[in-house]
Design a protein around this ligand. Structure first.
Ligand code: V47
Length: 366
């Protein structure tokens, strides 16, 4: 099919996309800057349909955020606080097990666990959390701890990262979420999260996880101090690691929410920016099987629109979300399965309920 583009500079990119050729850094820059957003979306849709057809995935999951107490003070984060803050909380393991059990019995198939770097909790707290959840809910996949948390846990354990990962996996850890990547460029990291895991360290932690057989997700926080070139660089670094390991499953662009953060003078991302971030990610990350529209971040309306802009995954039911809501997200925290299914169908796609690693897939009928 031949497309008419508003911007002729998309034509050479279209030729590459049709031929299944890899896009360059310069192509990434063009895609992020062209005024022809619909053209970018159409190109992303070609890749989406080539890889995933009309299938659109979702999962019945539950997020758990064990503590918001954090040794770091990232400028983009409204969730992390110090222990003396009135908002500070830390869930005991029993509270976490109780939280986990508050779901429609037998239907949730993933716990997604991320939290702050607590200054005083021992490594055993995390190990026992994973072990205790697995004992109580053996059928539920545990996707837990960002690369930043995993680096910290290895320090707490006093063990090499690889050994820590193997131990957590034996306790029941199933895979690793994509958080903590922010933007790899050191120029921006110095300003927004100076104390934290660097870009190369984040990549190294995921590479080690892939080598011990743990799959993971990847994210990119956009819409703060980063340039377009830094976004493209972030995507290319992920693509290179994926070429080496094949261990990434899903990429999730995360729209920056400025409220209650040090960066609250910045505007929120726009619908244009959100759709473009998703579409360009689909086009640049040619070796990632899935691109996820996290409805909590970008609203269900934009998430639904994005199904024509390269995305094939709507995340899931979530139930409790504290990180983005601390930064002003006004979306609900729980999405009922039927709402997700209706949004997918209305967009002309086929709803597919999945497990975390897209191994057990069920088309939803009726
Ligand atoms: O690492 C923190 C981001 C991440 C803000 O792997 C913010 O499937 C926007 O990674 N505005 C945690 N973003 C969430 C995350 C995630 C979410 C859904 C699915 C998956 C997955 C991973 O949230 C943090 C940070 O990058 N974040 N503060 C903020 N103000």
């Amino acid at each position: 099919m031949v497309f008419e583009f508003l911007d002729e500079s998309l034509k050479p990119i279209e030729r590459k996309v049709q031929a299944g050729e890899r896009l360059s850094i310069a192509d990434g820059m063009t895609l992020f800057t062209t005024p022809d957003l619909l053209g970018v979306g159409r190109l992303a849709n070609i890749v989406r349909e080539r890889i995933n057809g009309d299938h659109t995935y979702f999962i019945h999951n539950r997020h758990i955020n064990p503590t918001n107490i954090c040794i770091h003070s990232c400028q983009f984060c409204a969730f992390g606080v110090k222990a003396d803050n009135p908002q500070a909380y830390m869930k005991t393991l029993d509270e976490i097990f109780d939280d986990a059990s508050v779901y429609e019995q037998g239907q949730v198939n993933e716990f997604h666990i991320v939290g702050g770097l607590h200054p005083d909790l021992p490594y055993e707290y995390y190990l026992d959390m994973v072990r205790g959840l697995k004992e109580r809910f053996p059928e539920v996949h545990i996707q837990a701890f960002t690369a930043v948390e995993l680096g910290y846990l290895a320090e707490l354990a006093g063990k090499p990262l690889k050994e820590t990962l193997v131990e957590l996996r034996s306790a029941g850890l199933g895979s690793i979420p994509g958080g903590g990547a922010e933007i790899f460029a050191q120029r921006v990291r110095k300003k927004i999260c100076n104390e934290k895991t660097t870009g190369p360290e984040w990549l190294q932690i995921h590479e080690t996880a892939h080598k011990v057989g743990l799959k993971s997700n990847a994210t990119m926080l956009y819409g703060h101090l980063e340039t377009v070139a830094e976004r493209v660089d972030h995507l290319v670094q992920l693509r290179e690691l994926q070429d080496r390991t094949g261990g990434f499953v899903t990429f999730i662009p995360l729209a920056f929410h400025p409220e209650n953060t040090v960066l609250n003078f910045l505007p929120s991302t726009t619908g244009q920016m959100d759709l473009r971030a998703l579409a360009v990610s689909r086009l640049m990350l040619d070796n990632f099987p899935h691109i996820k529209a996290f409805w909590i971040m970008i609203t269900p309306k934009i998430a639904q629109m994005s199904l024509a802009f390269g995305t094939d995954d709507m995340d899931g039911t979530v139930v409790e979300e504290k990180i983005i809501h601390a930064a002003g997200a006004t979306t609900d925290q729980i999405f009922h399965k039927n709402t997700i299914i209706d949004l997918i169908r209305e967009a002309g796609r086929i709803p597919m309920e999945r497990d975390t690693l897209y191994e057990d897939l069920h088309e939803v009928f009726a």
